[in-house]
Design a protein around this ligand. Structure first.
Ligand code: UD1
Length: 421
């Protein structure tokens, strides 16, 4: 297992280009299961999670051609509608194959993703939505066994705006008979990107990016390939991570290649805390600022503060003037970075789903362990500004969702060595 050695403190300077969003790339790659032709992509990020979803699709017979970050995905050769436990257990997003498989083939057998480091994360909202569309679903030996004659459009009201369930139902609805309405749909920009990808092929979707989405079902031969390779939107979470890294280091950094509107709440919070941000159309320029002051955040579905930036924000809050409060409302167990950050000198007290962070003067390097993707990002941020060396173990968590983060940070002036293991 690779580890990173980070020598701190450092001041980040220069510019960094953000990669395409992991959380949009995964559902969009899966959506090719609906397409009766090969689909071209450009700028697909080199991430472990992308490799995992493609491996899963290949195990079903999908053909994948790759030239660096350009891909051609051909699902016309898909012959097997089975998503095996061994692949699904490593990545919850694998459950997204359920909707498109059912819509196109009327059958799917997909392993239940099971628990994960950040909580139980059930898939009941996905399943009840598909049942409403006429699917017959049973859980057998740890697998979701689903079948249907033909999915039918329905009005589906989510009890919670689940990102994955919205995507699963959207994809299922494309080849369903009639119109599907999703009430209380998730509004994340990655969902909007999936809608754009589908609409580029002739699918009729109304209200994407709002809480009421309408998808008009069509026949498979009515889908038309787009003449251009599809490029997925920039990763707002990666962008937020670099913005926070730049602020923490007191540096001067331009973060480009994403839409700052996708980070409205994060940018407002950072500005309120004293960060000097220049907001462009597709970039943020971070200027050095005085030491920031504390803030308060509560994670919420989009457009609220993203849970995927909560850990990175706590890294920043560890070294501001005064105290801060973070409340996590999306996931039940998403403070695993806290014990590791405390080992580096952060002062954090947990109470239920809230954390009180008292800012300290500085952090100190220590051996630490990654536990999940965004927790790992928070640890690398702490390591950048800590005094001395931090040894970060289990960096495969980072490699799941950040494209070459160590190389990108090194270009900005960080001292990071990857030790292959
Ligand atoms: C997606 C993102 C993830 C992000 C999360 C919330 C991808 C690949 N992952 O995950 O990075 O942190 O959105 O913004 O896009 N829930 C249920 N039943 C369900 C579905 C969800 O109870 O059927 C609960 C989950 O346990 C969790 C909450 O709803 O507590 C949010 O989950 P959801 O929005 O579905 O997140 P994901 O799609 O898994």
């Amino acid at each position: 297992m690779d580890k990173l050695l980070v020598e701190g403190p450092c001041k980040l300077m220069g510019s960094v280009e953000i990669s395409s969003a992991k959380n949009a790339t995964l559902p969009i790659l899966v959506a090719t299961i609906l397409c009766p032709y090969p689909v071209k992509f450009t700028g697909i990020p080199d991430l472990m999670d992308v490799g995992t979803i493609l491996k899963l699709m290949q195990s079903m017979g999908v053909k994948v051609e790759r030239n660096l970050n350009d891909y051609v995905i051909d699902a016309t050769s898909l012959t097997n509608q089975h998503a095996d436990y061994l692949l699904v257990k490593t990545m919850r997003a694998s459950v997204l194959v359920l909707g498109p498989l059912l819509a196109r083939y009327g059958v799917a057998s997909v392993s239940l993703p099971g628990g994960c480091a950040i909580g139980a994360r059930p898939v009941d909202i996905h399943l009840s939505g598909l049942e409403k569309m006429g699917a017959h679903i049973e859980i057998e030996n740890g697998y979701i066994k689903a079948k249907c004659d033909k999915l039918k459009g329905a009005v589906i009201t989510f009890p919670f705006p689940s990102v994955g369930a919205t995507e699963n139902i959207m994809m299922a609805a494309v080849l369903a008979e009639g119109t599907t309405v999703i009430e209380n749909a998730a509004m994340e920009p990655e969902i909007d990107d999936l809608a754009d990808f589908l609409m580029a092929q002739g699918v009729k979707i109304e209200g994407s990016g709002t809480s009421r989405m309408i998808i008009h079902g069509m026949k498979i031969n009515e889908l038309k390939p787009s003449p251009w390779p599809y490029r997925v939107i920039g990763d707002r979470i990666e962008a937020a991570t670099f913005i926070i890294a730049a602020i923490m280091s007191g540096g001067d950094v331009k973060v480009s290649g994403f839409n700052p509107d996708h980070l409205k709440f994060v940018l407002e919070t950072l500005t309120k805390m004293g960060a000097q941000l220049e907001i462009g159309k597709d970039f943020i320029q971070i200027h050095p600022s005085q030491r920031l002051k504390g803030g308060t955040i509560e994670t919420l579905p989009f457009p609220g503060f993203p849970t995927d930036v909560q850990a990175q924000m706590m890294a920043l809050m560890s070294i501001v003037d005064g105290s801060s409060i973070v409340t996590e409302t999306i996931f039940e167990n998403r403070f695993m970075h806290v014990p590791e950050m405390i080992r580096m000198g952060s002062k954090i007290t947990l109470k239920g789903n809230s954390a009180l962070i008292e800012g300290v003067e500085s952090l100190s390097g220590a051996p630490v362990m990654c536990t999940d993707l965004r927790a790992s990002a928070a640890l690398i941020l702490c390591a950048l500004i800590a005094d001395g060396q931090t040894e970060i173990q289990r960096v495969y968590h980072l490699d799941r969702g950040y494209e070459r983060i160590d190389e990108k940070l090194t270009k900005l002036g960080a001292k990071i060595t990857r030790v292959k293991g």
